[in-house]
Write a protein of this length. Structure first.
Length: 118
């Protein structure tokens, strides 16, 4: 099993630049891709960004491209999401996810709230 714990959320002013962290523990050897998703109030959970373990390949949703940067420290089993130029529409619960030995995102964190005030 793998446990994911997010941190770094909170209340941020528009234009702010917080950084989210997600620390993995447990059977971390099984993790390949780590990702961030978010769920705004009354909306479905949506993909934000992912990064692969070996090559560090990244991908971003169009809505955050150019503003958010994902990175990971494999030695610390931690993935980060640097968020810049935040907008009120970025307000959401941000979830960390990881792929394991099965297909799809097998592991999920509990989420961290990011609220952007205008």
């Amino acid at each position: 099993q793998v446990q994911l714990v997010e941190s770094g959320g909170g209340l941020v002013q528009a234009g702010g630049s917080p950084r989210l962290s997600c620390a993995a523990s447990g059977h971390t050897f099984s993790i390949n891709t780590m990702a961030w998703f978010r769920q705004a109030p009354g909306k479905e959970r949506r993909f934000v960004s992912y990064i692969t373990r070996r090559s560090g390949t990244t991908s971003y949703a169009d809505s955050v491209k150019g503003r958010f940067t994902i990175s990971r420290d494999n030695a610390k089993n931690t993935v980060y999401l640097q968020m810049n130029t935040l907008k009120p529409e970025d307000t959401a619960v941000y979830y960390c996810a990881a792929t394991g030995l099965r297909s799809g995102y097998e592991y999920w964190g509990q989420g961290t709230q990011v609220t952007v005030s205008s």
